[in-house]
Ligand binder design. Sequence first.
Ligand code: NAD
Ligand code: TYD
Length: 355
Amino acid sequence: MIFVTGGAGFIGSNFVLNWLAQHQEPVLNYDKLTYAGNLGNLVSLQDDARHLFVQGDICDQTQVLALLQTHRPRAIVHFAAESHVDRSIHGPEAFIQTNIQGTFSLLQAARQFLAQQDAEFQQAFRFLHVSTDEVYGTLGPDDAPFSETTAYAPNSPYSASKAASDHLVRSYHHTFGLPTLTTNCSNNYGPYHFPEKLIPLMIANALAGKALPIYGDGQQIRDWLYVTDHCRAIERVLQAGRPGETYNVGGWNEMTNLQVVHTLCDLLDRLQPRADGASYRQQITRVADRPGHDRRYAIDARKIERELGWKPQETFASGIEKTVQWYLQNQAWVRDVQSGDYMKWIDRNYKGREA
Ligand code: NAD
Ligand code: TYD
């Protein structure tokens, strides 16, 4: 089996669902179920014996080691993290704890577990660490996209904590011979994306008749990657990546935030027009910028294409239409995650921010 951390979050749950749709190999899904974890993403697996869910914290090295010893997975795919830049500005502690301390605990448990196995098992084992392009910092308009050799220059507590975790993973390969793989991907979008991030927040707010808050001038650029393409990339790296290597994963889809929000409004105008016939674009509002806001991210994904034959299958046009359709068809899922603590976060992040 494979051991997945954070498999109840956005990318992790897409990965688990895709994995079990294609493979018979079981998944042990280990997740703390923070505000971002949602077992509702995995209801279709509730009677599936190949999916074993355990609620737990990656900082709990004893529990993780016991699970590894009991189930003897051939790989760990590590998604679990605090992942939202804005939350890392309001409360960085959880990012240090989970992203740095938690990754360290997981590496220690993996190392201890592996030391007890025979050479054949050790050779086949993989520790795949899922990271972000944000560790490379920000690009100017004419800079080349981030490659695997770009120097790390993280600018937010989130990206700094992910950078630290990447360095720990690297060191466990070089020092202890742990067969690690690291992927650094760009902004994902698609089904089950928590509606505090740009794309699902804008869809939810548009449909609710609320303001669509653009930070600053809206000219910041992100390289959007459809989540299923990302899951395929992770599978491919797990299958054929070289231990100790890192692979950048991107969508070749650079867009400004304003372009993204305009695209969403135009799609909604077509698929679910406002009752008054006006465009959703009318709801766009400028708000105060995010402190330390990175201007541009872009990924050079040529290494993974050259070495492993992976490239994205979705264009932004095809992926974003699927995404909007999914949100329109899954309004109950959105309402469900919006109950609970969600509104407290919205208040905290947006109150007093009007430009
Ligand atoms: P997410 O916030 O949606 O999900 C994170 C999951 O991890 C949740 O299910 C949460 O309950 C779980 N978790 C948090 N702390 C934990 C802990 N201490 N122990 C166990 N489980 C814990 O995140 P996501 O968007 O799915 O991102 C997954 C990974 O991909 C993260 O490592 C993130 O840094 C990376 N990443 C995400 C993006 C993106 O666009 N979403 C882009 C690049 C990289
Ligand atoms: P986000 O989804 O938080 O991802 P990240 O910060 O990891 O790139 O934000 C994507 C972009 O959208 C980022 O430039 C910030 C911007 N943004 C807004 O303009 N308004 C919003 O309400 C949010 C949540 C994000």
